[in-house]
Design a protein around this ligand. Structure first.
Ligand code: SF4
Ligand code: SF4
Length: 375
């Protein structure tokens, strides 16, 4: 069967129908907001994990009736969808899992508990400390108990290993697809986003894996997207999804090609695999998730390492670093990212924006100026 980008664009729609049918048959749905949520645990509980990260401006006005205006649009959008009951995936969720990543998110989850049950995992913010890993292992065990109690299931180690193998395969295949852009790009930035973002809405990991494998084969055998002469741009910073992709559009309209995205909607988690050689699946999961280089970690050396080797391997000509308004951790880390990029002799552009279209003209001018610097 031929698989193309349009199939990934349809994932949300088709999953919704499948989720509704699964709910009618008694299957549970668990909503997640962050890359730190161990989806393997949800799969091992026999439930469907769905991503609820808000990427639309629409529900923000409603969110601002409760949340401060000066807050990251991703948090406001996510909360707004919940408060207005306008996201069907949130609507179908039996339980929400949140994490104490950034201040805005963790405080928002406290308020969200009024709408749906929310289990908040306490995420330590230091990768390198043994005590931090121990706390995270305890938090994963607490999540296991919550899922078992709330969904009335037993999560066996065997089920966890099965889920781990599935997610490891999915991650490796998505990475292999993204890696195809190391040569002459086979995916535009928008297509890259469509694949990496839409997969989080799939209700069935087995069919998702065959779609990914199918796309990988098609792309490997197919023709590049004709971007050979365009400046190769790496996008880093805050997460982006369909609906909040304005920077990707602007870069590509200005004649650049986003060859890779380091953010958590892109490559940030793709090198991480749970180690099946470890005896305890919870420990394997804890190690994998603690290694995610989000700016909420302090310090966050793996992000710089990842950026360094992505710049080299994807043969990047310029870096765009996107900070959503009021995201302090990515905003401050931009200093270090800028230094790293400039030390590599490349043009760097740090943009601060929100989900509105009010700054499109200014962003366009700044992006065009960046691309002109590519020699
Ligand atoms: S940027 Fe960090 S906190 Fe936000 S969704 Fe991604 S991993 Fe989670
Ligand atoms: S983009 Fe920044 S402020 Fe917004 S949820 Fe992610 S880490 Fe928090």
């Amino acid at each position: 069967m031929t698989i193309n980008i349009e199939d990934f664009m349809r994932i949300r729609e088709t999953s919704l129908m499948k989720i509704k049918a699964a709910k009618d048959e008694g299957q549970k749905v668990v909503g997640t907001y962050c890359a730190y949520c161990p989806q393997e645990m949800i799969l091992a509980a026999g439930a469907i994990p769905v991503s609820l990260c808000g990427t639309s401006e629409k529900p923000i006005a409603a969110a601002e009736e409760v949340l401060p205006r000066n807050l990251c649009p991703l948090i406001k959008s996510s909360y707004g969808f919940a408060a207005t009951d306008t996201c069907p995936f949130f609507h179908f969720s039996d339980l929400i899992i949140g994490e104490t990543t950034c201040d805005g998110k963790k405080k928002m989850f406290e308020i969200m508990q009024d709408i749906k049950p929310v289990h908040v995992m306490q995420l330590p913010h230091l990768h390198q400390l043994d005590a931090a890993l121990k706390l995270w292992i305890t938090e994963l065990r607490r999540l296991r108990s919550t899922l078992e109690a709330d969904l009335a299931v037993e999560i066996s180690d065997d089920k966890l290993w099965e889920a781990i193998a599935k997610v490891n395969r999915e991650t490796a295949t998505v990475k292999a697809i993204c890696d195809l852009n190391k040569g002459e790009p086979v995916l535009s930035g928008l297509d890259l986003l469509t694949v990496t973002w839409s997969r989080h809405f799939s209700s069935d990991k087995n069919s998702l894996l065959s779609m990914l494998k199918g796309l990988q084969e098609e792309l490997a055998a197919g023709r590049p997207v004709g971007s050979a002469k365009k400046p190769r741009v790496l996008l880093t910073g805050c997460p982006v999804g369909l609906g909040s992709e304005k920077i990707i559009r602007l870069v590509e309209e200005a004649g650049g090609c986003i060859v890779a995205m380091e953010n958590c909607s892109g490559y940030k988690t793709l090198e991480l695999q749970a180690d099946s050689g470890i005896n305890d699946p919870i420990v394997a999961l804890a190690q994998k998730y603690m290694a995610i280089p989000c700016s909420c970690m302090s310090p966050n050396p793996y992000r710089m390492e990842l950026l360094r080797h992505m710049i080299e391997e994807f043969r990047v000509d310029a870096v765009v670093d996107l900070t959503w308004q009021a995201c302090h951790t990515y905003n401050i880390e931009a200093f270090e990212v800028g230094r790293l990029v400039r030390d590599n002799g490349l043009p760097y552009l740090h943009l601060e924006s929100d989900y509105s279209s009010s700054d499109l003209e200014t962003l366009k001018i700044r992006i065009e100026a960046l691309l002109e610097m590519v020699v």
